[in-house]
Design a protein around this ligand. Structure first.
Ligand SMILES: [Zn+2]
Ligand SMILES: [Zn+2]
Length: 114
């Protein structure tokens, strides 16, 4: 299921950073987002994997420890071309390798029907 609001306090989200990467074979585009709850200030990250051949999406959401989140957001913001999946800067390298443990939810319902 997809959470339009904070799963802990129902507060609304503010997006702080986002960046796009793609798989080496170019068939998947990854939309990385770092956001926080306006109310309880919990930090989140979501990854939407877009399948280029049919525009479908897989969605994963994680809660992220504040120190790590702040550090990563700072680095991501340094990239000057966040919408260019072929950019090979340190921000893009971080996005490609990032992985968080506090899994909140996934959503496959965003996939387009066959
Ligand atoms: Zn909250
Ligand atoms: Zn970059």
């Amino acid at each position: 299921m997809y959470y339009p609001n904070c799963p802990f306090c129902k507060g609304t989200f503010t997006e702080i950073a986002k960046i796009i990467t793609e798989s080496d074979d170019g068939i998947k585009t990854y939309h990385h987002r770092w956001f926080q709850c306006k109310k309880c200030k919990k930090k989140y990250y979501s990854l939407a994997t877009e399948y280029v051949f049919d525009d479908s999406l897989d969605y994963y959401m994680y809660e992220v420890e504040e120190n790590i989140w702040t550090e990563h957001v700072k680095l991501i913001k340094k990239c000057k071309q966040k919408n260019n999946p072929l950019c090979n800067c340190d921000s893009h390298k971080l996005a490609k390798n990032v992985g968080y443990e506090n899994f909140i939810c996934t959503d496959y319902t965003l996939r387009s029907e066959e």
